[in-house]
Design a protein around this ligand. Structure first.
Ligand SMILES: [Mn+2]
Length: 419
């Protein structure tokens, strides 16, 4: 027997994109409706491919609904699947725990919400398929839910549906932790996972798959987003293919300005990079973060007129099509060592060396008691938000440290040379 099914997760329907309105020229409407249109694409794909069923591995919703339109929209789209004779099986994830899903959400009867209290098994007699899953009864599920899943049944195609970070995935809460070995020990054919927003095929024997989110919602969710279409032939996975569902794409764009000696060369590099980003959108609008880096002779010139450089980047991007610059970061370095031209025996040289050797560690909060007080006064949207100010993040700490060094050295050198 041959059939196919769609595996998706992390729809985060109507997820608010906090703070985006404050960015200049943000395509707010496109972003606001993006998760809905991605769900539309999912429904269309399932119908077009004549999928036997759809699996949703948690985080259907983003949290408490702001109004019932979110639930209504979901129910209507599930209704379209019902008309096409397509069943839907879902487990709840950590983000659904705060939404009334399963309590007063009443989707059409082709949708089965699996139990939150114990692993529930559903047998699809027409296809010889067993689906086992357990949803989240609360947000922070710490136990290994998969450990309690029953072993697969012989002579059927066994699927495990689970919202988990496995043994940990960067940027994701370690909920319902489990391991590849625990999953493999169940004798299933396919593990349909959710929670990790980056698509990943963890294994092919058995198949363990994160389809990723259906629509990127910020720059940390860059690149194509969608779902996995799985073809089963004679009780075995024949293929598992990614399909794009996203309607707006996020793209990190790093431009190396190494070797640029004048601004014209800089603009050539930026233009090339932006054209590449537009191509990566494959016809969709693209939200780009531009990071300018590398050692260049015009480093200080760029930094001195940063505001104009930013404006110019936005203008040039607008001329290249449906591109929106989410953020522009100037991270270039000077061509010469910052102390170049300074008498190595002078106090200035000593100060420069002191700044260059500065190294903040995660314990900087302990070394500077005032810091804790300042951090506690930051507004919540800066402490949390999409791009949180988090000194516990080593990458963030390194970036901030580099920016501060750059600022101090730039000022010091300009003043030092003026003296
Ligand atoms: Mn999620």
């Amino acid at each position: 027997m041959t059939f196919s099914f769609v595996h998706a997760a992390d729809i985060h329907l109507d997820s608010p994109l906090k703070g985006l309105e404050s960015y200049p020229d943000a395509p707010v409407e496109q972003i606001r409706n993006a998760t809905r249109r991605a769900l539309d694409n999912l429904v269309q794909l399932a119908i077009g491919e004549e999928a036997a069923f759809v699996l949703l591995a948690g985080d259907i919703f983003d949290g408490p609904w702001r109004d019932y339109n979110t639930a209504l929209f979901f129910a209507q789209r599930m209704g379209r699947l019902k008309e096409a004779g397509i069943r839907v099986f879902l487990v709840t994830g950590n983000h659904d725990a705060a939404s009334p899903i399963g309590k007063n959400l009443s989707p059409p009867d082709n949708v089965r919400i699996l139990s939150k209290n114990q692993p529930e098994r559903i047998y699809l007699e027409d296809l010889g398929v067993n689906i086992v899953g357990q949803g989240y009864s609360r947000r922070d599920v710490q136990e290994d839910l998969a450990a309690n899943y029953p072993v697969g049944r012989a002579d059927t195609f066994n699927i495990g549906l689970l919202h988990t970070a496995l043994s940990g995935r960067s940027g994701h809460e370690p909920y319902a932790p489990t391991s590849r070995d625990v999953l493999a020990s169940k004798g299933y054919d396919y593990w349909a996972l959710g929670h990790v927003h980056q698509r990943e095929i963890v294994d092919r024997d058995p198949w363990i798959v994160f389809p990723g989110t259906v629509q990127g919602r910020h720059i940390r969710e860059e690149g194509p987003k969608g779902c996995t279409l799985v073809l089963v032939e004679d009780g075995r996975v024949r293929q598992a293919v990614h399909h794009d569902l996203d309607v707006l794409r996020w793209q990190m764009c790093r431009v190396d300005l190494e070797g640029c000696e004048c601004e014209e060369q800089v603009w050539v590099q930026i233009r090339r990079a932006l054209e590449g980003a537009a191509d990566a959108g494959d016809g969709r609008p693209v939200a780009v973060r531009l990071e300018l880096e590398g050692r260049t002779a015009i480093h200080s010139r760029l930094h001195d007129r940063e505001q104009q450089v930013q404006e110019e980047c936005r203008t040039r991007a607008a001329g290249l099509g449906d591109i929106w610059l989410e953020k522009i970061r100037l991270r270039t370095r000077p061509l010469l060592e910052s102390g170049g031209g300074v008498d190595p025996d002078s106090p200035l040289a000593g100060l420069i060396k002191g700044i260059e050797d500065l190294s903040l560690s995660r314990s900087c909060q302990d070394q500077i008691p005032e810091l804790a007080d300042m951090l506690s006064k930051l507004p919540p949207e800066i402490q949390a938000g999409q791009d949180p100010f988090d000194l516990g993040d080593p990458e963030k700490l390194r970036q901030m440290q580099d920016e501060v060094k750059e600022l101090l050295l730039g000022r010091l050198l300009r003043q030092g040379k003026g003296l």
